[in-house]
Design a protein around this ligand. Sequence first.
Ligand SMILES: *Cc1c(COP(=O)(O)O)cnc(C)c1O
Length: 400
Amino acid sequence: MPGFEWFGNEERKEVADVLDTGVLFRFGFDQARQEHWKAKTFEIELAKRIGAGHALLCSSGTAALSIALATCGVGAGDEVIVPPFTFIATIEAVLNAGAVPVFAEIDETLCLDPKSVKAAITPRTKAVLPVHMCGAMARIDEIKDICTQKGLILIEDACQAVGGTLNGKALGTFGNMGCFSFDAVKTITCGEGGAVVTDEQQLYLTADAYADHGHDHIGNDRGAEGHPILGNNFRISELNAAVGLAQLRKLDQILDTQRKHKAAIKTAIKKFDGITFRCVPDEEGDSATFLSFFLPDETKAKQVITEFGQAGIDGCFYWYSNNWHYYRQWEHLKNLSSAASLPITLVKGLPDYRNLSLNRSDHIMSKLISMQIKLSWSDDDLNRRIEKIEGILKHSSFAP
Ligand SMILES: *Cc1c(COP(=O)(O)O)cnc(C)c1O
């Protein structure tokens, strides 16, 4: 998963360019910056790489979600359909927009189940926000069809899935807007950073203004720019963009390596009866940051994850109970614990998340183990890892 495993002279050179000029700001200073436009260059190369009309780099994946929601007009009282398996940022962004997160079930893709999305639609539904979780895709074509039929906005949280595709089309480019994260542990990293992408020029222009206090960025004099809307500051610095630019140029190499490592482990695990894999609608398009598989039941999943831990097989996740990526552990959401009071009108419109019960998702997640795929493994590391995994699975009977 993490691009930081591969920092090298490429990142150093890009950062040095910025430090040499002293221009850390992404706009203006045309003379002083000596042609170095790291954020702008990143945007052009990202849009080209994933086949999006426009890309806007911003300060984080969470910022990207907030920008996308605001830009698409999702605000006070609107319902947004979200999955229960995601990083909490997805839910926080919806709440921060003043909108109501409405949970639908996931299916064996570990992403939103299109049927459950349909069932969750009400007259107040404004948008659907699927998450391409753990590097692979939701049934985004089916979800898009539902949004088109029902006139709903589609925003993709592709924060964990840069470089992933469905039938050759990049994740993040199916919806009205797509969001990426380049935080410290993502596939490629800026240290902190994110991006929104869209094919619609007006959305791009609104996002570009919103992320920088409403500046319209017309002309060469920042002080004289117009401010058509109120906005926020979700800008990225040139230093972060510089790191990310070098990383973006390694994306294909990163994906190749992840896919190779994932395939080797998958081939080894496949031999064991009773183990099944996460449903990936287009295996070729999996960015392969994780290998996710199901044991026959919760007891066996817990047994295996424990044994993996004892054997020193690192980077294994049992999200169902041990991690902060699943709704069962979101006590802060259930109690609506916030630093300051949430708007009373928002609170009145929220369901009681303490009563939230998603049986189908629970059933799926309780059997799931995810294994992080690293870039830095040598062939020896990989072989030793596979031996350990096989040793554990061999001693256990997984027939359901
Ligand atoms: C990482 C992540 C985010 C937030 O990204 P940051 O850059 O850390 O703000 C949002 N959604 C998902 C699914 C993520 O994994």
